[in-house]
Every structure is written in structure tokens, then in C-alpha cells.
Write a new protein. Structure first.
Length: 241
């Protein structure tokens, strides 16, 4: 399996053209997976708001979040949120590499990925192709960021071990591998967090079950069934969402 970095021009908020940027992707092969940072997808949609005194960031976060809780750590204020079935901070709103704008997460990201999937399949004459929208994320009780998938399209997301046996003959009851987030983690590591200008990574040589149907719901855990629900339930649901 190979991860191939695609360096591009700067992608400019408040709005730019993802299809122009995709011209930097050369020689895609059947069975490739293309990871694209969610920030360029959001800028393509114009999901950018100029930072100025008239914009209240906390109100913006509340509007974007599915659920939220204001909190304070060492006198610094944060907003813990759920957005796109992801527990994180500030509903994914980002200010880095944003040229003075708040960049929101893409709207209806899996629908946009399907549109790009159709375009890339046609342009490169492919049958099997996967797409992942990536974002940086933090984990509780760990320093640093790691990548995860805020959306994906074109492949089955779970490798199921339930009912199979481990090396000592013990049957797995619950274990499934989360493929899109695993691939997003390495992709975001290669994309970097600074001035690298690598918003796209092509993943090649991975055996997946490809599909033309949306499979995102298969990876979503119902909140009340989640082992972390005792923590999640402290977040206030947003009636706007």
C-alpha cells in the first residue's frame, strides 16, 4: 500500500474551485482512494465567514453544532461539540490557513464527495474509486492532533471480525475495523498542519469492497448505544440542527 502526496497551489478562502485543484491529481488508477482535506471542500462551497468584531464565534459554533457544552480548562474557554457524528471542539470551525476567515466544515459532505467521485471516475476512466474527506482531531488524554474522516464515499467502511477467532481461538464479539478513519489518520499526517500545501493524498494498493452506494450511515454509532454515552449525554442538543 502506498500513500502518495499531491502538492497543489494555495487554495484561497473565501471561495475557490475544487475541480481546478483536482487537475493536480495525475494518473489515478482503478482501486485508488483519494483523501481530500475537508477545508478545501468547505472553501469550494464558500463556507467561510470573515473574522471581525461583528461575528460572535461562540454563536457561530452553537449554530453549527448538533450538540455542545461550554467548558474551561486552565482558564481557557472551549466549546465541546458533536458535529457530523464526531465529538470534537468548536464544531470543526478552523482559523488556520484561512486568510482571516472562519472556515466551517463542508455542508452535506458525502453528497459533495459523490459529485467529485463521479467527476474523477469520468476523468480518469475508472470503475472502482474511493473518496475520504479528512480533518484534524484531538483525542482525550492525548497531546497532538490526528486525522479522521468527516465523510467518505465509494467503499464499505468496516472490516468485520465478529464471529471469527483470534490466534488463540477466542471468538470476537464486537470488533470491527474502521477503515476510513484509519486511512485518514495517515493521510492527515502526510498532509501536515502548516504550510505544506498537500491537501490531497492518493492511497494505492489497498484491497477494499468498492460500491456506488452511500455507506456513511454504516459507521455511525447511535449515541445512546455508545460506550461513551455517559460522557456524551452532558452535551446539550441543538434544536437548530
Amino acid at each position: 500500500m502506498r500513500f502518495i502526496k499531491v502538492k497543489t497551489r494555495a487554495f484561497l478562502p473565501p471561495k475557490d474551485d475544487i475541480y481546478d485543484l483536482l487537475s493536480s491529481v495525475k494518473n489515478l488508477k482503478d482501486g485508488d482512494v483519494v483523501a481530500i482535506t475537508s477545508k478545501v471542500l468547505a472553501v469550494h462551497q464558500g463556507r467561510c465567514i470573515k473574522i471581525d468584531s461583528a461575528v460572535n464565534k461562540n454563536k457561530l459554533i452553537k449554530h453549527e453544532a448538533e450538540a455542545y457544552k461550554f467548558t474551561k480548562v486552565k482558564q481557557q474557554k472551549f466549546v465541546l461539540t458533536v458535529k457530523n457524528h464526531i465529538l470534537g471542539l468548536s464544531a470543526g470551525i478552523d482559523e488556520s490557513n484561512a486568510n482571516g476567515y472562519y472556515v466551517l466544515l463542508p455542508d452535506n459532505v458525502n453528497k459533495l464527495l459523490k459529485e467529485i467521485w463521479l467527476y474523477l471516475r469520468r476523468q480518469h476512466k475508472l470503475r472502482r474509486l474511493g473518496l475520504i474527506a479528512t480533518d484534524s482531531h484531538t483525542f482525550p488524554i492525548r497531546r497532538g492532533t490526528i486525522g479522521l474522516a468527516v465523510g467518505f464515499f465509494g467503499f464499505e467502511p468496516l472490516k468485520n471480525y465478529r464471529g471469527t477467532k483470534d490466534i488463540f481461538g477466542r471468538k470476537f464479539k464486537f470488533t470491527q475495523t474502521d477503515i476510513p478513519d484509519a486511512l485518514a489518520a495517515m493521510s492527515v499526517f502526510l498532509m501536515g498542519e502548516g504550510s505544506e500545501r498537500v491537501p490531497i493524498v492518493v492511497i494505492r494498493g489497498l484491497k477494499l469492497e468498492f460500491t456506488s452506494k452511500s455507506t456513511f450511515r454504516k459507521i455511525v454509532m447511535p449515541r445512546k448505544s455508545d460506550i461513551y454515552y455517559p460522557l456524551l449525554k452532558v452535551l446539550k442538543p441543538n434544536k437548530i440542527c
